[in-house]
Design a protein around this ligand. Structure first.
Ligand code: SF4
Length: 375
């Protein structure tokens, strides 16, 4: 695990306090979406399909601070859209760092090099760069040739300026586990602090509906990728969540663990579904019908979901629920090799990457024009 001790301690003490108070539902990471606008149009993304008047809107820094204060989570993830296109992203980050929140600014890094001067290195700020694999796979995934090189340039610039930099990778059907393992090597050589992984979610707004992973294929892919691990690989996420993805343990979804606040308000029930909105965080917690969600609920929208926003907080909650959980987390953190002879055989199976039978779709966008439409 690559999370700094001060961050791990902040999160551990936060969760333990909630446990001691008997709180069963509590937020761990606030997913703060200050805009939906983006300078990419990825085939697997459901966020950029909104009409122009929605894409023009932004949350103000004050609205962001109010949401963060209401929620109280120790970590804030800023996805989007592309946060670096927000006209006041520097003010938002500055205010969150001043509140001692651990901020993960999730960016495709196309603008990172030119906007780095807006930020100051801090243990509270991490640039989490979206990279979906090696060059060919990433460029295909984000529908942009040259996207990989630009992201790598951004990573190098961030690291050279003393920032914390991690990667976040979403994997879809057709991902080649050998290629992803080679990608892990590339990222470690670049010097990123750690990597985050998640399977993609089947957004009904996403243009490409054919390549989302079902649960069985997710477990198979992650078992192939993450077994027989190299000692150099570092992951910036719950090790028990990775074991869940590999099919080594089962968790129930805890959507309140990563609540989402956006230009529409507090989203019910999670980052992925939009079953209404609440005006305040307390209203969200009180009025969302939590029992209607998660794979066990029978809700078809949740049937194939194993994504981090539903299940990573479940792994953290399990860690602090009992001595057994603590020991499991310690074992998963200290003994990372995960020797598995059968998983080695999975690496020999032929893979037909999505782009082998489906050419790169270059979605035309005009980032400059979008930047001009700032609210
Ligand atoms: S299972 Fe997935 S889609 Fe359903 S509530 Fe949980 S995170 Fe959301």
């Amino acid at each position: 695990m690559s999370v700094p001790i001060s961050q791990a301690w902040t999160v551990a003490s936060y969760v333990l306090k909630r446990k001691l108070r008997g709180r069963k539902q509590y937020p761990l990471v606030l997913m703060l979406e200050p805009l939906y606008r983006c300078n990419l149009a990825c085939a697997g993304c459901g966020k950029i399909q909104y009409p122009t008047h929605v894409l023009k809107r932004e949350l103000s820094p004050e609205e962001c601070f109010k949401a963060v204060d209401e929620c109280g989570a120790p970590m804030v993830s800023i996805p989007g859209g592309e946060p670096l296109m927000h006209s006041q992203i520097d003010k938002i980050v500055e205010g969150l760092v001043a509140r001692k929140k651990y901020v993960y600014l999730c960016t495709n890094a196309l603008l990172l090099k030119e906007k780095l001067h807006l930020f100051k290195p801090s243990k509270y700020l991490t640039f989490s760069v979206h990279l979906d694999g090696q060059k060919e796979h990433h460029d295909f995934s984000v529908c942009r040739e040259g996207g990989y090189e630009l992201a790598v340039e951004g990573i190098k610039a961030g690291l050279a300026s003393g920032f914390r930099v991690t990667t976040n990778t979403t994997l879809f059907d057709g991902a080649d586990p050998n290629s992803v393992r080679a990608f892990f090597d590339e990222m470690m050589e670049l010097g990123v602090e750690g990597m985050m992984l998640s399977p993609g979610y089947n957004y009904d707004k996403a243009p490409d509906q054919k390549h989302f992973l079902g649960r069985a294929r997710t477990r198979r892919l992650f078992r192939a990728m993450l077994s027989n691990r190299k000692p150099a690989w570092r992951f910036n996420q719950s090790m028990l969540f990775l074991e869940f993805l590999m099919g080594k343990r089962d968790f129930r979804c805890t959507p309140w663990g990563m609540p989402t606040y956006s230009i529409f308000g507090w989203q019910k029930p999670c980052y992925l579904l939009q079953d209404g909105y609440a005006d305040t965080f307390d209203e969200l917690m009180a009025t969302a019908e939590w029992t209607n969600y998660g794979t066990e609920s029978g809700n078809p929208q949740c049937a194939n979901c194993m994504v981090h926003s539903g299940y990573e907080a479940s792994g953290v909650d399990y860690t602090f629920s009992s001595l057994k959980g603590l020991l499991a987390a310690a074992k998963a953190t200290l003994f990372t090799k995960n020797t598995d002879e059968e998983a080695l055989l999975l690496l020999n199976e032929p893979v037909k990457p999505v782009h082998a039978y489906n050419p790169l779709v270059q979605i035309e966008g005009n980032p400059e024009k979008l930047e001009e439409t700032r609210a």
